[in-house]
Write a protein that binds this ligand. Structure first.
Ligand code: ADP
Length: 303
């Protein structure tokens, strides 16, 4: 995908980290000592705020202070909100790796390595893996990426606890945290409708979400996301996408991850983004909120 950034290089960072990513994350592994935990955020409601008046200051900073490294962004949001979908699109657009700690956990599970059975039990109960294990997996992934010349990242699913956020903040400078929000009634349906191609890993959804307007609240429609023909016969469901486990994951999100929103809000890094619907409505508005433009999307729309 081609990208033109209207904020010159929104894809570059506000500040330069003092350490390289490799040393940073070697440190990250070592820094697993107990931390203590720690409000100005910006809400971008695409339906009411197309003038972008409420963007966090960090977007302006990114525009002014390009220091020549790639973005270090984080996606927050409840299970089923679409973190993976939008993180992956932005990763293609900006040319930085999309690193999903959920994918790292599933890869570890599939590898039948020493952690596999322990992880299986935790994940299928909808619980969080320990900070130590998740940071170890993430550190290894970042180090492998750096060895291949990767720089910058879009993290999806990390940090998920205040302790993880403190550790990350202690070792590198996160530029922006995008907090995706979706109406609660859609989250469960989206998790239950999720399908994954066992071959290419593509994410699809069979759910058709059609919430009628009620008591002054607008309706919302999200069309299913069908797989291409080559994936249609290879679809699988995640074992933790059952109703009981999704509800448990939503509860854990409220208890453990909501405070992470406050952590970044108080540091002026949080961009709240209310998803107005499915990808066709949400993607252009997210780009607008980020001062980015997807030239390829525009060209195909104009064709
Ligand atoms: P979700 O759809 O709930 O956002 P993910 O795909 O991000 O799920 O993660 C799947 C599972 O992997 C989680 O339920 C949890 O068990 C584990 N996991 C992923 N990231 C983390 C993390 N940062 N800390 C602890 N556990 C994690």
């Amino acid at each position: 995908m081609a990208v033109v950034s209207r904020c010159s290089r929104a894809a570059t960072a506000a500040t330069t980290a003092n350490a390289t990513t490799a040393t940073t994350f070697a440190y990250l592994i070592r820094s697993l000592s107990p931390f203590s935990s720690s409000s100005s955020s910006s809400t971008f409601d695409p339906q009411n705020d197309l003038n972008n008046r409420n963007k966090p200051a960090v977007l302006g900073t990114l525009k002014r202070e390009s220091k020549g490294r790639n973005v270090q962004w984080v996606f927050l949001g409840c299970p089923g909100v679409g973190k993976g979908t939008y993180a992956s699109r932005l990763s293609n657009l900006l040319g930085v790796p999309h690193i999903s700690t959920g994918d790292l956990v599933r890869d570890e599970l599939a590898s039948s390595g020493p952690l596999s059975s322990q992880l299986k039990e935790i994940v299928t109960q909808g619980k969080l893996v320990s900070d130590e294990i998740i940071i170890d997996l993430l550190s290894k992934r970042l180090e492998a990426g750096e060895a291949k010349g990767e720089s910058g990242f879009i993290l999806d699913g990390f940090p998920r606890t205040v302790r993880q956020a403190e550790i990350l903040e202690g070792v590198t400078d996160i530029d922006l945290v995008i907090n995706l929000k979706l109406r609660e009634e859609a989250l469960l349906a989206k998790c239950l409708g999720r399908r994954i191609c066992s071959e290419c890993g593509g994410n699809y959804n069979v759910a058709c979400i059609d919430i009628k307007a009620e008591n002054g609240r607008p309706g919302m429609y999200m069309a299913p996301l069908p797989p291409p023909p080559q994936c249609a016969s290879k679809l699988i469901t995640r074992p933790d996408d059952t109703e009981e486990v999704v509800k448990q994951r939503l509860r854990i999100y409220q208890a453990m991850t909501r405070p992470v929103e406050d952590f970044y809000r108080s540091r002026g890094k949080l961009l709240e983004f209310d998803l107005p619907g499915g990808i066709p409505e949400s993607w252009p508005k997210l780009l607008c909120a980020l001062n980015l433009e997807d030239r390829e999307d525009k060209q195909s729309a104009a064709a």
